[in-house]
Structures are given as C-alpha cells and as structure tokens.
Design a binder for this molecule. Structure first.
Ligand code: DOR
Length: 440
C-alpha cells in the first residue's frame, strides 16, 4: 500500500456546506477531507497556518477553451492549468473546438492523455456534435456532455440546421450544452453591417435577438424530448426573462463574470479585448443577468476562458478573433463583488463550485465536508491587488480586466490534497486527475 500523506489546514475561516463559516481546522488524508472541526488535535505531515484566510471549495470552471491540441500558440493544457491553479480553479470542463475537433473517442483519449501528462488541476472534456451524428457522440467516455454550437462558430461544429439540431436532441440522453446564437440571423446582420470596422458593431451583428432565438429553440427542443439541457454563457436580459418564465426543472444556465461586469462601453476602453461570443451587451443586461443569478434563474458561473494572442487581437475587426481569458481572475472578480455587498461569499462558492458539481454530477466535489475530495482554495478577503495581464500564467499574457483592483486572490490552492499554488509560487510537479460523471 502507498504510504498515507496528511495535510492540516489550521485556523481557517471555513465555508461549510450549510453556507455558514467555522473558524477551525481541516484534516486531509490521501487527497480526501477526513475531518472539519474547530480544533483537530492530531498533527499532519504538513500544516498550513491559515489564520485570516477564508477556505472555499476549489472552483470548478465548466466552460473553458484550452486550445490543445492544434492551437497551442494561444494556450496549452500546461499553461492553462497553471493559470487555473493561480486562480483557485481546481477542475475544468473543456470545449471541443480544438484541432482536431473533439468529436470521437480517439480525439477524447488524446486529450485525456495530454491532460494526464501536463495538467496541474483536474480535467474533463465535452464531445462536440456535428451534422452527422457519430456513434461516439452518444458513447464516448468520460465526457461532461455534448457541446452544440448553434451559431457563431464555423467548421464542422456549427449546427445551424434545425433538422440536424433536433436529431441530436432526439437521440440518447446525455446532457446537451448549447452555445445559443442564431446563425441565420447573424449571417443576415453581418451582410447589413458589411465593411464596418468599428469593433462595437460586433454586439450589433450578434445581437440580443440572435441569442434569444437560439435559447428559445433549445428550450423548445429540450421540452419536446425531455432532454437535459444546459445553456452556456447566457448574455442577454431577454434570455434571462424568458428562462424566468419557461425554464423546466431539467434545464440549467450559466453566466460569465464578463457578462455580469463588462458591457458594450468596454469597446471604447479595451477594444478587441472586449470582443467575445456571445458578445458583451448593455449595462441593463448586466443588471438583469445579476438579478437572474441571485434569484436562481441562472444556476452557476463559467469563464468561457478563450485566449488569443496579442497579435491576433491587434488586427482590425472583423479579423480580430472573439474570446478572452478568464480562469485566473474569475474568483477574485466574483469575491470582490461579494465583499462589495452585491452577493455573499457563500453564493459565489455555490455558483463557482457546489452548483457546478451538482449539475454535471461530478462526485465528491464542491463541498468542504468529510468524504469530499480535497480540492480547496484559501483566499485573502482583506488585501486588494490590481489585475496585471502581463503577469498572467495564461500564454496570452493579457486580461480584459487589466487594472481592476480586486480582493479574494488565492493564497493557496490545493488539488487532491496536494498544494499546487502557495504564496505566488506554482508547484508544477502536481498533477490533477480525470473527472468522472455519474450517470443520470
Ligand atoms: O468568444 C468566444 N470564443 N466564444 C466561444 O464560445 C468560443 C471562443 C473561442 O474558442 O475562441
């Protein structure tokens, strides 16, 4: 038998599963939490004095684009997982728009192999739907679900044909996650605005109506086939109000920090760093999305981490690619909101960990309780520090939140009981594990 290893976190302000805090100790043995108490008398092989720090379940980011294989000039699984560890993200679910596309078991196995070799945090992958329903779409394992790009994405992953889309909903029962934008409307509007190079036109071309139409269609199909549906990165007030009325119990939705905190005014200040899909909307959309999140209409938070190089972002619209990095800043962004009184710290931990584990049926994650995996983050809710894009571990080296003064930065990140990030330093020898997903 392998020797046991134990870690004790002492005097932390621990977030308990009931949303209350306990100042006390957490004992970890062989990667699992074994005890949470005001005072634990045993000692550990290693002890961390966490006085003044808050202990939260590690973030599970359920939508990221980490670019490997095929687009490693933007990011790779090593650099992305370093960024995760620095940001308190202990698990991620990654999207299939890599090269080759993740549409087969072989492509999935290749990603799993690469991740086992390089990832400092835990990893899971989506499989992508194509017009032709490949057998692996329904059978490949382990996958967090089927990803459908209803719009805004080219290549074989684009599912803009209603009959093809319906065929995916009709077959099998695994979770379907949709990027909901109506490609027909986007194509029409692209023609209307052809030749415009002002980047602000991006939010006009891929407008609120394009997002609403696709979300409505996805919900309609989900109802027709009683199919488990997740709506990725909800971006508009219209979609939130529609879901408030029409969301069945088997449908979930997420929002990104950028759709809560940035809006179209950002094009003037940060230019193409504000360009993503679905696009940023108005300040009024920010407000409605916040309310929907607070009310439980939106279930959780994802970053849609989608880095591009500075050179790619320096081109002129529409040649600038859509997407922004997120895993390194999402937790402090949201905790800063909590400290400012917009929500509670417990809500942030629920939206960024507990609710994600529940929705994707990831066993033993998302709570600080005996029996749960020791994926944890210690944050400092007292100190403030600005975002500096050039210091990011992400290969892209920039952030859309440059200069934002944030609190709640991770001080220590723990993956499977191993300290992967501590006081500004990564332990690049730590490796995460493949996530598993319980059956329905
Ligand atoms: O802005 C985006 N960029 N949205 C997506 O959904 C895809 C992503 C990418 O992969 O670049």
């Amino acid at each position: 038998m392998a020797p046991t290893s134990s870690l004790l976190i002492r005097r932390a302000r621990i977030l308990l599963p009931n949303g209350e805090f306990l100042v006390g100790d957490v004992q970890i043995c062989d990667g699992k939490i074994v005890n949470v108490a005001a005072k634990i008398v045993e000692s550990g092989d290693r002890e961390i004095d966490a006085i003044g720090l808050t202990l939260l379940p590690g973030v599970i980011d359920p939508q990221v684009h980490f670019r490997e294989p095929g687009l490693e000039h933007k990011e790779d699984l090593f650099t992305a997982s370093c960024a995760c560890a620095k940001g308190g993200v202990t698990s991620f679910l990654e999207m299939p728009n890599t090269r080759p596309l993740t549409t087969t078991q072989a492509a999935l196995d290749d990603k799993l192999r690469r991740a086992a070799e390089k990832c400092l945090v835990n990893y899971g992958f989506f499989i992508g739907a194509t017009a032709e329903i490949l057998p692996d779409l329904l059978n490949a394992n382990p996958v967090s679900g089927i990803k459908i790009f209803m719009g805004s994405m080219h290549g074989d992953l684009l599912m803009d044909d209603a009959a093809n889309l319906e065929a995916v909903f009709a077959k099998g029962d695994r979770l379907i996650a949709v990027h909901a934008e109506d490609q027909v409307r986007i194509n029409q509007r692209r023609q209307e605005f052809a030749g415009v190079t002002d980047i602000a036109v991006h939010s006009k071309i891929q407008d609120n109506q394009a997002a609403l139409l696709a979300t409505q269609l996805a919900v309609k199909l989900s109802k027709k086939y009683q199919r488990r549906l997740h709506i990725l990165h909800l971006s508009t007030g219209e979609e939130a109000e529609f879901l408030r009325q029409e969301k069945p119990s088997w449908v979930t939705a997420e929002v990104t920090p950028q759709h809560l905190l940035l809006n179209t005014s950002a094009y003037e200040t940060i230019g193409s760093f504000a360009q993503m899909n679905p696009p940023l909307r108005s300040a009024r959309d920010n407000e409605i999305l916040w309310q929907a999140l607070l009310d439980g209409v939106i279930d959780f938070i994802a970053t849609d981490h989608a880095p591009h190089t500075l050179a790619e972002k320096a081109q002129t619209y529409p040649n600038t690619p859509s997407g922004m990095p997120g895993v390194e800043t999402s937790l402090p962004l949201m905790l800063t909101q909590a400290v400012a009184g917009k929500c509670t710290v417990a809500q942030v931990a629920n939206w960024m960990s507990t609710a994600v584990a529940k929705a994707y049926k990831i066993p033993n994650k998302g709570k600080i309780a005996p029996g749960f995996d020791a994926d944890l983050v210690l944050v400092d809710l007292e100190k403030y520090r600005p975002v500096v894009g050039a210091e990011m571990a992400s290969k892209c080296g920039w952030s859309s939140f440059e200069g934002w003064n944030l609190t709640g930065w991770p001080v220590v990140t723990i993956v499977g009981g191993k300290v992967v990030f501590e006081n500004g330093k990564l332990d690049t020898n730590v490796r995460g594990e493949a996530l598993t997903f319980d059956a329905d």
